[in-house]
Structures are given as C-alpha cells and as structure tokens.
Ligand binder design. Structure first.
Ligand SMILES: [Zn+2]
Ligand SMILES: [Zn+2]
Length: 253
C-alpha cells in the first residue's frame, strides 16, 4: 500500500496542512489538503474519497476539487464514502447550494462530480478492503482499517479515548502501521479531553489497549500552534515506536 501524506495537521499555518492521505494513486482519505497539494493531473486520478468526519479540516477541499474537475470538463464521478450521518453533515452544511454548489447533482449537461455512498461496515475498493469503525469525537466520526494482501494500516481519524477501534485492531492480523491523532500537548489534556482529542499522555494510555506492542505509531493531526510543544513532549517519552508524521512524505507498507 502506497500512502502519500498530502497534509497531516489539525489546522492550517504556512508549512502545516490539514489532513489528506492519497493511497495507491486512486483513493483519498480525508479532504483537508487535496487541491493545495496535488497537481490537476493527479486530481483526475482520484476515484474514491473516504471521509472520517465532517469537520472542516477534513472536508474543505471537497469544494475546490469539485470546482477544478468540473471546470476541466472531462471527469469520472468520484464516490465519497462515509457513514450516512457524516454524509448528511456534508450535504446539509457544505454542498448545499449556499456555502458551495451541490456537486452531487448534474448541471450544465455535465454528470455529478460526486456520488455520496454510505458504508455500513466494510467495502472493497480495487485491491483494498476498507473497514469503518466508529470512534469517540465531538460529533459522529469514523476510524478506518485498510487491508491488502501484504497487511493492514489503521487510521484513527479524530478521536479521544476509544475502545472499539482497538478491539478491531487486536482482531486484525498483520497490522503494519497505526496513524494516530495527537492534537494537543499533555499540558492541555483538559481541552483535549473536552474536545475528544488525544495528547501524548493519553496516546500512551490508548497504546496500552493494543496487544501487539511492536506496531509503529505515526502521530498526526498535531495542532500547528502547539506543534513544537507536542514534539518536545513526545521526544521526552523516549518511545521508539512513536513517529511524528510529516506532510509531503510517502510511506509504503
Ligand atoms: Zn480535525
Ligand atoms: Zn474533528
């Protein structure tokens, strides 16, 4: 599985980009940084988009991607997958004809740019199998486990302390990597808890729920304003499993 990290922060500042991963050159996970990072040629390669939840740092580029493809003229309708509740959030609040045109409908004799498709639990996309698991955030949110012949990769999405995801991870063979959110420094663990996010100290508590203690952990969704502070707290932990993910990197599993 090839994963290009287009953006991996929980906010936006120069050098820090909201969350988007580009998998195997056809699948996007979260739409925070598609058009600000991918060339128009690569934007045309996108066939499917998985959305973890409806917060703006995970969906904003759905608007600009639709605009780019629509104006370029020739495109294939892209399937956006998430839970029914999350798709409704997007349709009602963003692609509603007010904040942005409703790109799920055909217009000017062109086909819809997007088709919204709810996932019940699992889904097959090309050579990938996708499992959606509810996580614990301030609003409806999902984590995903993506698997192929070589193994599985886990994305927590935005979450506070959670259980169901880790139960699934413990039941999944050959987990190659876990991408885990870590939004706030431990010194702000109160805000992290109230907004259903993690900090380095709660990351350590979450890791205790995972049986395999060798899986590498890629921390992401660090709030740009606290990036330096979170980074130094993670260094102090001295845990060799923990890596801080960087925008622009490509990982192969
Ligand atoms: Zn977020
Ligand atoms: Zn969120």
């Amino acid at each position: 599985m090839k994963i290009r990290v287009l953006g991996c922060n929980g906010g936006s500042l120069p050098g820090y980009f909201p969350v988007s991963f580009f998998m195997n050159d056809h699948l996007i996970l979260d739409a925070g940084s598609i058009t600000s990072y991918l060339s128009l040629k690569d934007q045309h390669k996108i066939r499917e988009i998985l959305i973890t939840h409806g917060h703006l740092d995970h969906i904003k580029d759905l608007c600009f991607l639709a605009d780019n493809l629509f104006l370029a003229g020739s495109y294939r309708t892209i399937s956006i997958y998430s839970s029914e509740a999350i798709l409704l959030d997007i349709k009602k609040n963003i692609l509603n004809g007010i904040v942005w045109p409703d790109m799920t409908k055909s217009s000017f004799q062109q086909p819809p740019v997007y088709s919204l498709r709810s996932i019940k639990k699992t889904l097959s996309l090309d050579r990938l199998s996708v499992e959606a698991i509810p996580v614990t955030h301030s609003h409806a949110a999902l984590g995903y486990i993506l698997s192929d012949k070589k193994g599985a990769v886990v994305f927590s999405g935005d979450t506070g302390a959670t259980d169901e995801l880790w139960k699934k991870v413990n039941d999944t063979k050959n987990v190659k990597a876990i991408f885990l959110e870590c939004s706030f420094p431990s010194s702000l663990s109160d805000i992290a808890w109230k907004t259903r996010h993690l900090s380095p100290s709660s990351v350590i508590r979450e890791l205790q729920k995972i049986k395999n203690t060798k899986i590498p952990i890629y921390l992401y969704h660090l709030k740009p304003v606290y990036f330096g502070k979170i980074q130094s707290e993670i260094k102090k932990l001295g845990n060799s499993r923990l890596h801080i993910l960087k925008s622009g990197s490509t990982l192969n599993f």
